[in-house]
Design a protein around this ligand. Structure first.
Ligand SMILES: Cc1cc2nc3c(=O)[nH]c(=O)nc-3n(C[C@H](O)[C@H](O)[C@H](O)COP(=O)(O)OP(=O)(O)OC[C@H]3O[C@@H](n4cnc5c(N)ncnc54)[C@H](O)[C@@H]3O)c2cc1C
Ligand SMILES: NC(=O)c1ccc[n+]([C@@H]2O[C@H](COP(=O)([O-])OP(=O)(O)OC[C@H]3O[C@@H](n4cnc5c(N)ncnc54)[C@H](OP(=O)(O)O)[C@@H]3O)[C@@H](O)[C@H]2O)c1
Length: 307
């Protein structure tokens, strides 16, 4: 396998004690049709700050929402993945974007709106925001990115870094390896950036957009369509890619999704993508799902950011 050369990155140029003020330039919904899961693409102008040209795709930025919590303490920082390529949104290095879902919970008959995600979602062009970062040193594309095939597994807003990574891989026009985006969301209306990914799929024979809708249909065995089930359901396409020794797997989104992916890869004998920490039982299904991470961890070929 080609050596995976991860780029050197700078971390926390701006800290929570020393944030930088940036300006919102756009804020729009990224689903094609109305969805109760409101997900927005938000772009910030970072010109004149030390973030310009120093935030890589795969990293996150921090947002400090204004105001205090119920105990009178300043709201704490929340992290958001960058969704624009390292070259900047629309090729402009002074513009960086993120992809934000409004969080909302109903508990004991009361509605709770998540502080930072709703603050960000309500912003208008021209509004100022306190930003920190960047953070994250491993969930990055290698410097020699074009030497590899990629399987990007995303659930929900976990798609954010992959939007930028896919733009980055294909922007120069000479990427020749295979790249697949395996995306999971509850309903068809929750597909994020569908027009962009469909267009990429049609334009590039080496890019494959594989969405999985979990709550509309069931697989023939009654199970849900999840990102990991695509490994089996699209085996003619994915096994040959997974079996090449220059393939890297990236996983981003819901905590827990990684276990299903590792289990499926192990069942197919693709053990290079995980490192075994503790001897596995003969029947992998005997491992309670919540305990899976006691047995395996990502190998050098696997990059995971789940929360
Ligand atoms: C590395 C990293 C990258 C991330 N990237 C992204 C990204 O790209 N996009 C993205 O959308 N998110 C991302 N996240 C998640 C993000 O950081 C926030 O955690 C998320 O937006 C929720 O923050 P919030 O301030 O809106 O909610 P919070 O105010 O922190 O509340 C959290 C949840 O609790 C509920 N809640 C609040 N109070 C109560 C209560 N009293 N009782 C019951 N429920 C309550 C809220 O409705 C909400 O659902 C990332 C996280 C990490 C760690
Ligand atoms: N860098 C990061 O770490 C980062 C970046 C962005 C987002 N995130 C996190 O990613 C999460 C995305 O949530 P969301 O609300 O945007 O997602 P969502 O729209 O609700 O979609 C999640 C999808 O994953 C499915 N799913 C549930 N459990 C699964 C499992 N064990 N394996 C595989 N698929 C599973 C869900 O199916 P069902 O619900 O139908 O079962 C649903 O289809 C958030 O928790 C966010 O904080 C992390």
């Amino acid at each position: 396998m080609a050596e995976i050369k991860l780029p050197e990155v700078e971390l926390n140029i701006y800290s929570p004690k020393n944030p930088v003020e940036v300006t919102v330039v756009e804020n729009y919904v990224v689903t094609l049709e109305a969805s109760p899961n409101f997900v927005r693409h938000i772009t910030f102008d970072i010109s004149g700050t030390d973030l310009e040209n120093r935030v890589r795709i795969g990293q996150s930025i921090g947002i400090l929402p204004p105001g205090q919590d119920s105990k009178g303490r300043e709201h704490k920082l929340r992290l958001y993945s960058v969704s624009s390529p390292t070259s900047g949104e629309r090729g402009k290095p002074h513009l960086i974007s993120t992809t934000v879902k409004r969080t909302i919970e109903e508990f004991e008959e009361k509605i709770y709106l998540g502080v930072a995600s709703n603050y960000l979602s309500d912003l208008k062009p021209g509004d100022k925001v306190k930003m920190t970062g960047p953070s994250g040193r491993r969930f990055l594309l290698p410097e020699n990115a074009e030497d590899f095939n990629y399987l990007f597994f995303a659930t929900g807003t976990g798609i954010a870094p992959f939007r930028g990574m896919i733009m980055e891989l294909f922007e120069k026009g000479d990427y020749k390896n295979e790249c697949a985006l395996i995306f999971g969301c509850p309903y068809r209306t929750d597909l994020l950036y569908p027009a962009f990914f469909n267009e990429m799929d049609q334009k590039h024979s080496n890019f494959h957009y594989l969405p999985n809708i979990s709550r509309e249909d069931r697989r023939p065995d009654g199970s849900k369509y999840y990102v990991q089930t695509k490994i089996e359901d699209e085996k003619e396409l994915l096994y040959p890619i997974l079996r090449q020794d220059n393939t890297l797997v990236y996983i981003c989104g819901l905590k827990g999704m990684e276990s299903g992916i590792y289990l499926e890869l192990l069942k197919q004998g693709l053990s290079d993508y995980v490192e075994i920490k503790k001897e596995l039982p003969e029947n992998l299904n005997d491992i309670p799902r919540g305990d899976f991470k006691k047995f395996v961890k990502p190998s050098v070929r696997t990059f995971e950011e789940v929360y």
